[in-house]
Every structure is written in C-alpha cells, then in structure tokens.
Design a protein around this ligand. Sequence first.
Ligand code: MTE
Length: 327
Amino acid sequence: MLIRRPTDIRSSEITPREVFLKRRELLRTGLLAGGLAMGGSAIAAVLPPERRAKLPDVVPGKFSTDETVNSYTDVTTYNNYYEFGTDKSDPFENSQEFESRPWTVKVDGHCEKTGIFDLEDFIQPYALEERIYRLRCVEAWSMVIPWVGVPLADIVRRHRPLSSAKYVVFETLLDPERMPGQRSRNLHWPYVEGLTIAEAVNPLSLLAVGVYGEVLPNQNGAPIRLVVPWKYGFKSIKGIVSMTFSENRPRTAWERAAPHEYGFYANVNPNVDHPRWSQARERRIGSTGESGLQSIFGAPKQETLMFNGYGEQVAHLYEGLDLRQNF
Ligand code: MTE
C-alpha cells in the first residue's frame, strides 16, 4: 500500500502560528499523545484512536451559530447511518464494536496529488476548528451540533484539482462484515455523495473528525465525515474512504435509491416539498427537554430557512439555477 504524506506545504504556512508553535513545542518535549505518527511521519498524531479522546489544539472556527447546542446524548443516539441499520437508535447500538483505525483515504481522479493517505496525513497540518452548525435532515428534523474538523477547501486545494475536475465524489467504507447494514439491499453500497468543486471549496464545507471537542463516535461517522450545513443531512457522508475528482456528476446513494425524491443538490429549501411531505417546517430534536427519540414527539415545529439559514455564504453558488428542477 502506498502511504504518502504531503511534503509540499509547510505546516507553519497553514496552521495558525500559535497552534503550530504549541504543537512543535509538544513534539520537541515528546508530550503530544502518540509521539511520532506511524509510517515515519514527522508530525505527531492529532487524532487519538481511543473512544471519547479529547482532540488537541481545537480553535474556534467561522460561521458558528449561537443557537442552543443539542446534548451529547441527542447527537450520538439519534442518528442516520444505514450501514449500521435504519432505525435512529441502530447506529449507536450496532456500531460500538467498529474499529476505525487504521484508516486511509484514497485520493484519485482529475487532480495532481493522488495517493492513499493515512488519516493523519490526510488532515494534517491544518488546524482543527470547532464549527457549531445546524444540521437539517430531509426527514424534517434538525439539531445544532458542535463539530470539529478541517475546512474541505484546504484539503481540496492541496490535491490540486485539474481544470477538468468539476465534482468531488466521496465514498464510505464498503465492508459488510464490519457494517452489518450493508448486508441488506436498501441502498446501493458503498454510500456515495458528491459536491461541485465550488461547493467543496466554499468556506462552510467541513471534513469533521470530532464532535464536542472529542474524536467522532462511530455512529456519527468515525473517523472522518463530511458536513455541508446548507444541504439536507444525507449529503454529509460518513466513514469516508475515498475522494475522487471527477469530470462527471456522480449518481449519489439517495438519488440512485429514489431519484424523484432526492436530488444531487439537496439544498435545504422550504419552498420545494419532498413528494411525500412538506419541507417548510422542522422539529428541533431535544426541544422538549428530552433526549433522542423521545424528544421528536411533541417538539414544536419551527420554520425551515432557505439554505438552512446559510444563504449569505452560499446563495451565490446557485444564481441562475432553477432550484425546483435542481432540487
Ligand atoms: N453517511 C453514510 N455513509 N450512510 C448514511 O446512512 N446518513 C445521512 C448522513 N450521512 C448516512 C450518511 C443522513 S440521512 C443524515 S441526516 C446524517 O448523516 C446524519 O448525521 P448524524 O447522525 O451525525 O446526525
């Protein structure tokens, strides 16, 4: 297996200076967890493999909402992750034995810098940022989640897409042994998602490796998942093992399963109903004071905002596009 680490960008150029200096100091004194990363990498591990491990050097990121954050229990027990089952409690119940290390991400297609990268090398040396984002599920519920991750734009640019690259396509791990939901045929596996290049380099797009300042739990997509807060939650693919720069628009998992219900863009849009229900309003999980599944019953409905409230950052991406046709 080819394991490469990026050599073309010095971490001092990207990581905020104080974080970089602190990390270097810790490295010098040998205090950073894990010591030197595997595979001869010169940078220490920032993603400890232990469950609920605290992530080091997380800096506040841009675009965080000041709305009330959902509880850790809501965020980690009311999930969609069909690889571990279709009920909201299945991902938590069925993913605890899943081992998310070692983990590599393959980068291929229309870009200069292809390869198979160890997870640490894939995300370093970019600073880990906390972004408190709303997540609006297509099923008309929502949560507010304190993600930790690195801007997707940094990762995309480092791999130097060619001008022929129009889309970034992601795939989830395919392993029915370890992901029992993949033994059923309710979706075509592996789960596939994609963004246009412009969407991928929008400053809101995040590759999350943590939540609540800790490494991602399995049910939330450990060890690495996408977060695109202006789109319905199904675009935020979990358990990513590949990133492909493509000339062609991919057929995503949900488009393939039900093309008249789930489109490629999947921008949160209160004016375009799902064929089977309205998207005008949503229930905020946890707003009754109860956790997880209980909290959706009786939760008051609130208005859904265009682009999930992130229009200022993203509306320009869709100028001239009929969002009824391109749902
Ligand atoms: N990614 C994969 N691989 N498989 C899935 O079933 N579900 C999606 C998305 N990412 C899904 C996935 C859906 S429908 C939603 S709403 C979000 O994950 C839920 O993310 P959360 O459970 O962390 O809140």
